[in-house]
Design a protein around this ligand. Structure first.
Ligand code: CAA
Length: 263
């Protein structure tokens, strides 16, 4: 493999806290603008955590001032259509959305453009009171390119997504909570702790069931109800070949805590 270990990219920091993998975006001087090395490092770290049997849930975070203020404008201002469409950069956001393990965005400060789209590619968002979400690309002559028009519309509905995308106006953390964009809003001092708490809760669940439940919930956004129900049923049945299903149900009947092994 030619790729260096993900933890080596200076644009991100990674650490494992028991079964929780933490990825911190680390370009604070430019509000974590998402340039190529950062996104490459992020995807590498995500894939490492995805492969690691000991990791049950992943957090992506920035710092108190910025989750990320978007794709790096200074990397693309001169690009032509031919050049930018050959560039694999935007597919890295798709990779985050396809992670088999649950991913939580712990967001404080700016989550704009590609930063908002990165948070939306995660499965859940824990926001600090200072978080602001927006798709300001229209103000610089373009439009969202890393999922914003699709993911925002699925969450907010057409009318609110349209206003955000066409005006570039930002949404506060409280507005995002009311709109169902984020799971919770907490004081800035504790957003990372709260995200970790949620991640540890999920990581303690049986991993096969978590993985399949995630797959089924995501599919609900893409397929009609009958197809979604059929997938759900197949995944439900398949869990009966796992040791964790036997253990979980036996523990309930024996009135004790289950001991899940991931088998
Ligand atoms: N790309 C590159 N650099 C960025 C950046 C970005 N997206 N956002 C901020 N920076 C840099 C600034 O250039 C500045 O660097 P210097 O000190 O070297 O000048 C530094 O970060 C601090 O930024 P500001 O001085 O602008 O800080 P502020 O507090 O006055 O403003 C802000 C903060 C409102 C977030 C402002 O920085 C801003 O508007 N940033 C751009 C937001 C944006 O348009 N994002 C969309 C990018 S395009 C995209 O994401 C496409 C896509 O769909 C994938």
């Amino acid at each position: 493999m030619s790729r260096p270990p993900a933890g080596c990219a200076k644009e991100i920091r990674t650490e494992a806290e028991g079964p929780v993998g933490l990825i911190t975006l680390n370009r604070p001087s430019v509000l974590n603008a998402l340039n190529h090395p950062l996104m490459e490092g992020l995807v590498g770290a995500l894939e490492d955590f995805e492969r690691a049997p000991s990791i049950g849930c992943i957090i992506i975070t920035g710092n108190a001032k910025a989750f990320a203020a978007g794709a790096d404008i200074k990397e693309m201002d001169h690009a032509t259509t031919a050049e930018i469409s050959r560039d694999p950069h935007l597919s890295r956001w798709d990779r985050v959305g396809k992670c088999a393990k649950p991913v939580i965005a712990a967001v404080s400060g700016f989550a704009l453009g590609g930063g908002c789209e990165l948070a939306l590619a995660c499965d859940m968002i824990v926001a600090s009171e200072t978080a602001v979400f927006g798709q300001p690309e229209i103000n610089i002559g373009v439009m969202p390119g890393a999922g914003g028009t699709q993911r925002l519309t699925r969450i907010l509905g057409k009318t609110r997504a349209m206003e955000m995308v066409l005006t570039g106006k930002r949404m506060t953390a409280r507005e995002a909570l009311a709109a169902g964009l984020v799971n919770r809003v907490v004081p800035v001092e504790s957003y990372l702790e709260q995200a970790k708490k949620l991640a540890h809760e999920i990581a303690a669940q049986p991993p096969m069931a978590v993985r399949m439940a995630k797959e089924a919930v995501l599919k609900a956004l893409d397929v009609d109800l009958d197809a979604g129900l059929a997938l759900e049923r197949r995944l439900f049945y398949s869990l009966f070949d796992t040791g964790d299903q036997k253990e979980g149900m036996r523990a309930f009947i024996e009135k004790r805590e289950p001991k899940f092994t991931g088998k």
